[in-house]
Design a protein around this ligand. Structure first.
Ligand code: C2E
Ligand code: MG
Ligand code: MG
Ligand code: MG
Length: 288
């Protein structure tokens, strides 16, 4: 009867809960070592200008080369890193790698390149832990602030207080651009545009993907783009996978695109090769 099923479920859940706890503890201790063992790496996904496909920006996305489980994506370990505070060390590492890479590529291949970094709530709420260090890193390494774009998400801003906007202003005053990531997936996206300084708005891929099926989403996409334009904010559409999506968004006036149609996130060497090809094309164009 129902009772015995309930009983079995109880046993089932306790075992699976124990397994989950064990898995989590292993993940945490592995992650701790991942930093010192240099198992983390960054891939760069091109953000291109819609009208000519030219790449002048890229998003830094973290990956973990686990010695046993292979490559692990951020969705599987960033939440744990945030809960345990390991995100601080990880993000400081990401920040300095990105600074080093953008300086190199600006010098050699693309003088206007801008690289974007994803940030977590803790970066803005923990008193001065990251922000000050990151601003110091910019100065010490002589990285031009305009070479960096910080991505923030709505869930970061949802329970934000005064200190978050103060810190965002600090960054912006230093010359760093701010992007609102995954726009449209939260509850009150528009009110954030009023409260927080924003240079770029990234339309979430779920919107882009449902554009052709849900006509409301198409209308909303266009409205977001028009609104952003009037506010002087540039728009990046995320997760573009088809020509159709690209054409629709371009007609709507969306300036930048990111997605598998243009490129997957690329390893350092592959992104380097893309910039090289692009520079050669540019020189060839000038010669004609
Ligand atoms: P996000 O910032 O929204 O990044 C975009 C995600 O969409 C990436 O997933 C990217 O690989 C994926 N994507 C790009 N183009 C397409 C497409 O055409 N189709 C589809 N279906 N997906 C596409 P990824 O790399 O797994 O990253 C997931 C999330 O993890 C990111 O979402 C970001 O919030 C977070 N994340 C990544 N790196 C970092 C990091 O260094 N620090 C922090 N705090 N979070 C990070
Ligand atoms: Mg992002
Ligand atoms: Mg995003
Ligand atoms: Mg997203």
């Amino acid at each position: 009867g129902a009772k015995s099923i309930g009983k079995n479920n109880y046993h089932y859940y306790t075992k699976s809960m124990r397994d989950a706890a064990l898995k989590r503890m292993t993940l945490i201790s592995d992650l701790r070592h991942a930093i010192e063992n240099e198992e983390l790496f960054i891939v760069y996904q091109p953000i291109v200008e819609m009208h000519n496909g030219y790449c002048t920006k890229a998003e830094a996305l973290i990956r973990w080369q686990h010695p046993v489980h292979g490559v692990i994506g951020p969705l599987e370990f960033i939440p744990v890193a945030e809960e345990t505070g390991l995100i601080i060390d990880i993000s400081n590492w990401v920040f300095s790698q990105v600074c080093r890479d953008v300086r190199h590529w600006r010098k050699t291949l693309c003088p206007t390149l801008q690289l974007s970094i994803n940030t977590s709530p803790i970066h803005y709420t923990d008193p001065d832990r990251c922000i000050t260090q990151w601003l110091d890193t910019l100065l010490e390494t002589r990285t031009p602030p305009q070479a960096i774009l910080l991505e923030i998400t709505e869930n970061l801003l949802m329970d934000a207080n005064q200190s978050v906007s103060t810190k965002l202003f600090q960054f912006r005053q230093a010359g760093v651009d701010i992007a609102l990531d995954d726009f449209g997936t939260g509850y009150s996206s528009i009110s954030y545009l009023k409260k927080y300084p924003t240079d770029i708005l990234k339309i979430d891929k779920s919107f882009v993907h449902s554009m052709s099926e849900v006509s409301n989403d198409k209308v909303l996409c266009e409205a977001i783009i028009v609104m952003a334009k009037k506010l002087g904010i540039k728009v990046v559409a995320e997760g573009i996978e088809t020509e159709e999506q690209r054409n629709i968004l371009q007609k709507m006036g969306c300036e930048y695109g990111q997605g598998y149609l243009f490129a997957k996130p690329l390893k350092y060497q592959d992104f380097d090769a893309l910039l090289k090809r692009q520079k050669q094309d540019e020189l060839a164009c000038l010669a004609h």
